[in-house]
Design a protein around this ligand. Sequence first.
Ligand code: NAD
Length: 418
Amino acid sequence: MAVETRVTAFQSAQQRFDAAAEVIGLSDDARRGLREVKRELTVHFPVRLDNGGVHVFTGWRVQHNISRGPAKGGIRYHPLVTLDLVKALAMLMTWKCAAVGLPYGGAKGAVACDPLKLSQNELEHLTRRYATEIAILLGPEKDIPAPDMGTNPQTMAWIMDTISMHSGHSVTASVTGKPVDVGGSEGRVDAPGRGATYLTLEALKYLHVEDEIPTMAVQGYGQVGRSTARLLSEAGLRVVAVSDSKGGVYNPKGLDLAALEEHRQVRGSISGFKKAENITNEELLELPVTVLVPAAVQDQITADNAAKIRARLITEGANAAIAPEADPILHEAGTFVIPDIIANAGGVIVSYFEWVQDLQAFFWEEEEINTKLHHVITRAFYEILHTSVNKRIDMRLAAYALAVQRVANATTVRGIYP
Ligand code: NAD
């Protein structure tokens, strides 16, 4: 009888780690430690709803590794989130921070809830109680949350305020992604898209793309997708297609982004935009463009459609937009991939700048933030590229190999306590 063996998100994260450990010849002892998460806290807590009833929510905070510094990672509000997924995302954060050279470990948090079905009042109470439940782990030198799916700068302001109330003074460095009014950083909103933009321009240079005007398609016209489209179009690329969950629009002569944004603001979606033809999300991925930016959700490029991708370069804006089985197909076909682990790392890099500014109580202007972001992310790109070329492995495996090596070095040199 066939037994179904579905790989969970955490097992899949462990497989990616195993592949990198193999590349760098990591010892079995080091592998055993880094394959597991350091801490996982599950909390069940009551929240009084607007109708007077009480609902008990479940949440988590997981720290994968803290050898290189405080744990860093977002908080997600989503109905389908599980402890297994939070563990996988915490591990990814450890590698992401190490890949771009930030002095952080990796963490992730979540509450199983549908934020769209809760009022602002309920969300505030949920957030403050969840922050209180996981507060034993949090603090500027211990673990610093940030926004993720379903949370935003307001959520971070409530968490910062809750931790500050417990401490009796303002602890602005306790979270990042806050509003600028309470210690947030200039440039944080555009940071993931700006990082993706810098990397795309470097990769086009490296690939010697000679298209007169490189074209691009963006799947997912949200925070990451919109910034990337706008900034790359300002840099001279022609955005020919974009999509959201309702479908896409395509104009080979280029989309008028200002008119499209006006349409989106009025309609709440890009669908129905008149100056372009309608296409599906599947069709968008297979367009003959120079650059493809999947910036929506996971598992969009899989073994089923990888061979149909015609882009020269993929900048993986969304986490895990490319399924593991699609990586070798793209690599074989010569498609250059900037993997999620650095493609969207602009977010955590500027979060790091926010934490540094809060700690020193001295704030930089946006221009300085963008210059520093450019420096950190471009340095990471060339380190990963050299590893990829020298070891003849794809960019994702190269990024993982570098990151795992850095974390292993820190773990080894610190030794085993006691
Ligand atoms: P968002 O919610 O602002 O935007 C997501 C967009 O994708 C929306 O336009 C939505 O309509 C569209 N979408 C949803 N499902 C889709 C589908 N099945 N097909 C096509 N489009 C679909 O989210 P975001 O903040 O832009 O995040 C996008 C991705 O980037 C996520 O994977 C997220 O984890 C990652 N990311 C975000 C940040 C950040 O700071 N925002 C940082 C790092 C990584």
